[in-house]
Unconditional design. Structure first.
Length: 363
């Protein structure tokens, strides 16, 4: 166990190396718990996984890889903190070796950090893609957001590479301290934060108009809006991190690492939350004699769409599950809350087609 760092080192003076490593792995483990819980809910409620689930798994794996690199980099973070504050006891050669190692890990950690955030965005986009099935206007907006998100992600890598002039000196410790390098670093942080926040806002805003059209109770609307709006948490942490990095006079490498851990972990946790909506869905027992209207007035539904509301509760649509002689059903709200994939929204002529499923397990 390493000894506490001396005072006057920013966060490094208050938190020893092993504490940072513990935080890294506790945060990663917490994110892992949410991933497991998300999977359990999906398997229990809809009995299969979807593309957005696999993308979240990829985000978590990248988070784990980043945790490993952060653990390896931590001693070099503290060496840099001591050097900046004139408290380093390393020789010049040791300082250069540690500094070069820090820079190599930092470049990779930053790249993986953005990869985690953008994979979570991709998970939300994959979820909404199914929700917008048949709605061409929403699908066009969806593709526009996808293109913007992809170009923004590529831009994050580009600005990260060009914070040092010339770029080939990036991995040479002490070679990126010119005024232009300092200004470019601030620009890089601001750019990445702005596109991060903008992409989150776009993703959250996409389904809101459709949600407003759905004729369900106010509490159910609030619940769905909450699911779609949980990205606000990521935005808050992104802005806090940017302010800490770009608008503080001290260069605290340990604090920078801590903010990266917090934001990426929160991002994965938030990405795991949408399926939790199904835990609050209503469920009721019925007999075999479940019925619903076989025909839907398409012209009336078209008028409903134009007038800004969709009467989801005007028909009794159910998914029937048979297990050991017991029959249960799921309402339309349960299905939408669980996966959003048993409902096919139709545009043009208007209408919603609903699939009735009968699931039977052997006794």
């Amino acid at each position: 166990m390493s000894a506490p760092a001396p005072p006057g080192l920013g966060l490094a003076g208050k938190m020893p190396e092993h504490s940072l490593i513990i935080i890294v792995w506790v945060a990663t483990g917490l994110a892992g718990c949410f991933v497991v819980a998300r999977t359990a809910i999906r398997v229990k409620k809809i009995e299969k996984l979807h593309v957005d689930d696999y993308i979240i798994y990829a985000a978590f794996l990248v988070l784990v890889a980043n945790a490993v690199l952060q653990t390896i980099q931590t001693p070099h973070c503290y060496n840099l903190a001591r050097l900046v504050n004139g408290l380093s006891t390393l020789t010049e050669e040791e300082t250069m070796a540690s500094g070069n190692t820090y820079m190599r890990y930092e470049f990779t950690i930053i790249g993986l950090f953005w990869t985690v955030l953008w994979l979570v965005k991709a998970s939300f986009l994959a979820f909404f893609y199914k929700l917008f099935d048949g709605l061409q206007g929403y699908r066009r907006i969806w593709w526009a957001v996808v293109v913007f998100a992809f170009l923004s992600y590529v831009g994050c890598w580009i600005v990260s590479i060009n914070v040092c002039h010339p770029a080939k000196n990036y991995f040479i410790f002490g070679s990126c301290n010119k005024d232009i390098d300092m200004k470019t670093s601030i620009i890089a942080v601001l750019y990445s934060t702005i596109v991060d926040v903008l992409t989150d806002v776009m993703i959250m805003a996409m389904p809101l108009r459709l949600l407003w059209k759905v004729r369900i109770s106010g509490s159910e609307k609030m619940g769905l809006a909450g699911v779609f709006g949980i990205g606000v948490l990521i935005i808050v942490f992104a802005i806090a991190r940017a302010v800490q990095i770009a608008f503080t006079t001290t260069n605290d490498s340990v604090l920078l690492a801590l903010w990266g851990i917090i934001e990426s972990t929160v991002s994965v946790i938030v990405g795991c939350l949408p399926p939790f909506k199904s835990l609050f869905s209503r469920r009721q027992n019925t007999s075999y004699n479940t019925s619903y209207e076989d025909r839907y007035n398409k012209s009336a539904l078209t008028n409903e769409l134009r007038n800004g509301s969709i009467p989801l509760q005007s028909r009794t649509t159910q998914t029937i599950r048979i297990h050991r002689g017991h029959v249960t059903t799921e309402s339309m709200e349960d299905i939408v809350g669980s996966s959003g994939e048993d409902v096919r929204w139709k545009s043009g002529r208007g209408g919603i087609s609903v699939r009735q499923e009968v699931h039977q397990t052997s006794t």
